[in-house]
Ligand binder design. Sequence first.
Ligand SMILES: Cc1cc2nc3c(=O)[nH]c(=O)nc-3n(C[C@H](O)[C@H](O)[C@H](O)COP(=O)(O)OP(=O)(O)OC[C@H]3O[C@@H](n4cnc5c(N)ncnc54)[C@H](O)[C@@H]3O)c2cc1C
Length: 226
Amino acid sequence: MVLLEAGKLEHRKFFSVWHLPELRGVEASDEHVTLGALTTYTDVRRDAVLSREFPMLARAARETGGVAIQNRGTIGGNIANASPAADSPPALLAYDAEVELVSALGSRRIAYSEFHTGYKQTLMRADELIARVRLRRPRAGARQFYRKVGTRRAQAISKVCFAGLVELDGGALGEVRIAVGSVAPVPLRCRRTEELLKGRGLDDALMKGALQDGIAHFQSVQGKEE
Ligand SMILES: Cc1cc2nc3c(=O)[nH]c(=O)nc-3n(C[C@H](O)[C@H](O)[C@H](O)COP(=O)(O)OP(=O)(O)OC[C@H]3O[C@@H](n4cnc5c(N)ncnc54)[C@H](O)[C@@H]3O)c2cc1C
């Protein structure tokens, strides 16, 4: 609608995916939670498993647009829209999401971290739809942190958006996944910083080093397609 109003999308017939039942529903298995592409932000906010185990996604849903957008906007649409400033991608990256694409030829699953190939560019072919997004369930006790910085508390595009998850392995950092939005042409997974943290005991020096490394990384990728 925004593109139509802005005169950037030609007026022609469009196909609505809103009534495709195959793209709806949230399902949980032992390892994963799978969201149909038509899962709205309001669905995310109301889902008990997502609110409990995926608080970063629930928070992103709460901070996306306003209530009207949350009732109608979908996770699949947010991903396909491929804005580097979108709010759910950093959370999805930190949850190591996989995207299932379907077409008349069949389906394929790809790592969400590979999905965005450049500004508004994705691996999705013209004949494909996003069917589902699969998230790995975090281990019990995983620490998660999400923050969106926008101009206002609602109806604001991110200036920067951060999602981070750590699983502790004894006293050390085990699995570490960090992602940011609005800092580069695509939402970024900060793999270098993750590697720097993995297996280490948390202390001030390590945190300072990771922060400096992260900032240097953003500066190096700004304006480039990573
Ligand atoms: C006022 C306003 C405020 C907004 N605020 C925010 C915000 O704070 N944060 C944020 O991240 N976004 C925001 N958005 C952007 C938008 O609402 C979200 O990205 C939303 O999730 C899009 O979902 P949708 O289902 O409405 O997709 P649409 O807008 O209908 O579609 C977006 C694109 O994705 C394609 N698409 C949709 N579903 C699929 C699918 N299943 N498979 C393949 N392609 C598909 C469409 O063809 C289209 O190209 C805002 C938009 C508006 C108008």
